[in-house]
Write a protein that binds this ligand. Structure first.
Ligand code: SAH
Length: 262
């Protein structure tokens, strides 16, 4: 087999004392970028989140130190400053530090906070984007993020803020009125309230909706139902999960290329 990293172009050198903030994608290891794989093969320490698939963490080079960041996606995380400080400390020890996060590091991943502390401490860093769940998960569910006849805009929304509540900073009525497709990350905890707010703000109770759980992994499940009913069907659905609201959901009837059995 050809080594996927013998390439006709150069990948950047992962230097000691640098931190790479890398997105691991939504689950399927095949969705890693070449830069992510290169980082896994070069890093001295991998600090990874719960959201990152074990199959991906295993791609780290032999001898790399693997550190679970001890943070669960979706929950308020008092340990976040500790994680950021840990990255600074490891880099200052001269390690090649790979900070591996689910999806994309800058999409609801608190990657910005980590990068800011690195910048403040003059630790050199690189950001490697990953496929965010709102793109990769939808593709694996046979739901196009945009389709010419359905929507010309899409919004990625978080279902809870840093206190764990439904974000009040979001203008739900404006979102409901103006964005035809909503993808709600961290949707499970407040699913009922979120669907209620959307309907109160004018979304049709019978609007197509989908709940994607563990998308792109072998345990992927997808439930579709009218917006008004989907919260009733969510019992037993496991995190990580996201809500998709909009007519694009109906494309799944024709485009579910993955099928029930992965
Ligand atoms: N940085 C990540 C998001 C982190 S927030 C990204 O870009 O994807 C965590 C939320 O992401 C989860 O609550 C869930 O809503 C969503 N998520 C992440 N991976 C997922 C997956 N495989 N399937 C469904 N939702 C997922």
């Amino acid at each position: 087999m050809t080594d996927p990293l013998s390439l006709p172009f150069d990948l950047p050198v992962f230097s000691p004392g640098h931190v790479w903030l890398v997105g691991a994608g939504p689950g399927d290891p095949g969705l890693l970028t070449l830069l992510a794989l290169h980082a896994l093969r070069s890093a001295d320490v991998v600090v990874y989140d719960a959201l990152v698939s074990p199959a991906i963490v295993k791609l780290a080079r032999d001898g790399a130190i693997l550190e679970h960041a001890g943070k669960r996606g979706g929950k308020p995380s008092p340990s976040q400053p500790d994680i950021s400080r840990r990255l600074v400390a490891l880099a200052q020890e001269g390690k090649r530090v790979l900070r591996l996060k689910g999806g994309d590091p800058f999409v609801f991943g608190r990657g910005a906070e980590e990068a800011e502390l690195l910048a403040e401490n003059k630790v050199p860093f690189r950001v490697v984007p990953g496929i965010t769940a709102g793109v990769g998960g939808l593709a694996y569910a046979g739901i196009p993020a945009t389709a010419r006849d359905a929507n010309s805009a899409i919004a990625f929304v978080t279902g809870h803020d840093s206190d764990g509540a439904v974000p009040d900073t979001l203008d739900w009525p404006a979102l409901a009125r103006s964005v035809p497709v909503l993808v709600v990350y961290m949707a499970l905890t407040h699913l009922e309230e979120i669907t209620r707010r959307l309907i109160a703000a004018g979304r049709r109770p019978d609007e197509p909706a989908a709940l994607l759980s563990k998308a792109t992994t072998p345990a992927q499940t997808v439930i579709t139902a009218p917006l008004a009913e989907i919260a009733n069907l969510a019992r037993g659905v496991e995190p990580p999960a996201m809500l998709v609201v909009g007519d694009v959901v109906t494309y799944r009837d024709r485009l579910d290329w993955l099928g029930e059995k992965n």
